[in-house]
Design a protein around this ligand. Structure first.
Ligand code: NAP
Length: 267
């Protein structure tokens, strides 16, 4: 896989996260190409990661064994205009744009192009991303996409594209749910007399520790919760109040609303 040339159309935040991961994992900068309209951004990516840069999407697409489409959803149609003629016959096209379906991509790029659709999330920026991919293309194309995605986190597959709405509601939008919880915990810590700095640190490190336990332990979230909840203790007092105030129903309804919105945006 390290011999593949990996090209990016759009050199924004998510592209940078993937490029940083690939460089960390030893992928040579001469085999990474990025097209990006802004000169200052191109210079930054070239200087920071020693990758090849260009303002020309066609030039970058031409080099690609794997072409990662990393522009905003509303920029996608314009960004891919005309590039299908530049692609190698066995190139893999990986789209990370939220809400852009495989059928739209086929409509813009042609039916013969091998497409992998991915829903990443922002923790990719710190190497802890959760990416979910769907593709009808051959195994080789999925494995190539996984090589890129696993440079900045974990990746899994779904069998049906319709599952991408639920994926968006869980891992795509999910970081914001945890940020909200941390925000509220911090503000309440300050009300209880802690400094802003200390309350922030306690909330962040607690989220990190709980996340690590969830990801690494054999136990379920429910078992881990029971483990830290002694009857009649402080955690029990907090959770009783949270249940009483309807936190589980609020989270459930929130996740369902995100999935519904994802379906609406897909049209
Ligand atoms: N960030 C997230 O949390 C997240 C999570 C999941 C999925 N995604 C998906 O990842 C994709 C990228 O998101 P992002 O946050 O990295 O966006 P971003 O920072 O705005 O990056 C997009 C980059 O593409 C450039 N661009 C615009 N039009 C172009 C064109 N025609 N050809 C080449 N480059 C072009 C933009 O330049 P200008 O600034 O000049 O427009 C910008 O530098 C989105 O589709 C998003 O849905 C993001």
């Amino acid at each position: 896989m390290q011999e593949l040339t990996i090209s990016f159309i759009g050199g924004g935040n998510m592209a940078e996260a993937l490029i940083a991961g690939l460089r960390r994992s030893g992928h040579d900068g001469t085999r990474i190409w990025v097209s990006e309209p802004q000169q200052a951004r191109r210079d930054y990516l070239h200087t920071t990661y020693a990758v090849q840069v260009s303002p020309d999407n066609g030039e970058v697409a031409k080099q690609a064994d794997v072409l990662v489409l990393a522009v905003k959803p509303q920029q996608m149609k314009a960004a891919v205009n005309g590039i299908s003629n530049c692609l190698k016959a066995d190139a893999s096209v990986v789209s990370i744009a939220a809400g852009i379906s495989s059928s739209s991509l086929h409509e813009w790029l042609g039916d013969r192009v091998s497409i992998v659709r991915v829903m990443p999330n922002t923790p990719a920026l710190v190497g802890a991303g959760m990416s979910v991919l769907f593709s009808d293309a051959d195994e080789m194309h999925k494995q190539r996409a996984e090589y890129v995605l696993q440079a900045c986190g974990v990746s899994v597959r779904v069998e049906r594209e319709s599952q991408m709405h639920a994926v968006t509601a869980l891992s795509g939008s999910g970081p914001a749910y945890f940020f909200l919880l941390a925000e509220i915990m911090k503000a309440t810590g300050v009300k209880l007399g802690l400094s802003e700095e200390l309350a922030s640190q306690l909330a962040a490190q607690t989220a990190l520790g709980a996340g690590k336990m969830l990801a690494e332990s054999d136990r379920t979230a429910e078992q881990l919760r029971h483990q830290v909840t002694s009857p009649g203790g402080t955690t029990q007092a907090a959770l009783d109040e949270m249940y009483e105030m309807g936190l589980p129903a609020a989270v459930r309804k929130g996740v369902l609303a995100a999935s519904k919105r994802s379906e609406e945006l897909a049209g």
